[in-house]
Design a protein around this ligand. Structure first.
Ligand SMILES: Cc1cc2nc3c(=O)[nH]c(=O)nc-3n(C[C@H](O)[C@H](O)[C@H](O)COP(=O)(O)O)c2cc1C
Length: 230
């Protein structure tokens, strides 16, 4: 969006931006900035490893909001593993490391970002970024399939030159492309309406969180999506 445009395409949307500890974490700053320019309300959540690459200060400055950095930093919220995601329209994790994907696939809640994803009832988008051999390892491929099975959407990774000097599939999608995908997802017909009709009845809310937005009041990205590059 050009600066000064009246309405961003993500106006009124509340996004959680999860950042894990890969070299592409620096690109998450650009992503945060672009999401804010589209008028999304962005709360950044950084893993411990992410904080070795980028600082909470950068995200606080770019988003204008406190950055969530730990489960036990109660100054930010009484329940930092639950509160930020309660009203979220989307969780986007960029970059998503091999380690984070494994933790998500295992259903772990061993840090604030994985715990938030477990408690999320909104769509979750994962943007993998890693070395090509890490990406091609059967464990990572299995984890990618598991996440897709949860209804998480995988954006990328792309092929190309990698920070480690190798070439192959593993590059995080460019922030501009991630923003376009997110905007397209919100513009798509609300999957939530279809999902909630299909899953109406007791327990529907719990299932819907794995397949798309449970709440009908807001549109969100469509449901399950196969991992890219497969
Ligand atoms: C310089 C450097 C770059 C790294 N880049 C990546 C990466 O791009 N992708 C990845 O999956 N892991 C990468 N790692 C390994 C992760 O930092 C490590 O697996 C870490 O435990 C991830 O933690 P998190 O997923 O909880 O953030 C890198 C490590 C170092 C030291």
């Amino acid at each position: 969006m050009e600066q000064g445009a009246a309405t961003g395409r993500l106006a009124g949307k509340r996004l959680i931006l999860g950042v894990s500890g890969g070299i592409a974490a620096y690109k998450a700053c650009d992503l945060a900035s672009r999401l804010v320019k589209e008028q999304a309300v962005v709360t950044a959540v950084l893993t411990r490893a992410a904080r070795r690459f980028v600082t909470p200060c950068s995200f606080q400055a770019l988003t204008g909001r406190p950055c969530v950095t730990g489960m036990f930093h109660r100054i930010q919220s009484a329940f930092p593993h639950l509160d930020p995601v309660r009203e979220a329209d989307l969780v986007v994790i960029a970059p998503a490391t091999a380690n984070l994907m494994a933790r998500l696939a295992a259903g772990l809640a061993d840090d604030v970002l994985t715990a938030l994803c477990l408690s999320a009832r909104c769509p979750v988008v994962v943007c993998p970024a890693m070395n090509v051999r890490m990406w091609e390892h059967p464990a990572t491929q299995r984890n990618a399939r598991t996440l897709a099975g949860f209804g998480y959407r995988l954006f990328g990774p792309a092929a190309g030159a990698l920070a480690c000097g190798e070439t192959g599939v593993g590059r995080m999608l460019e922030p501009s492309d991630i923003v376009e995908e997110i905007c397209r997802s919100f513009a798509a017909p609300p999957a939530g309406a279809r999902e909630s009709a299909a899953h109406a009845g007791p327990g529907a809310k719990g299932r819907a969180r794995r397949h798309g937005p449970a709440r009908k009041r807001k549109a969100g990205p469509a449901g399950p999506n196969s991992p890219a590059g497969k």
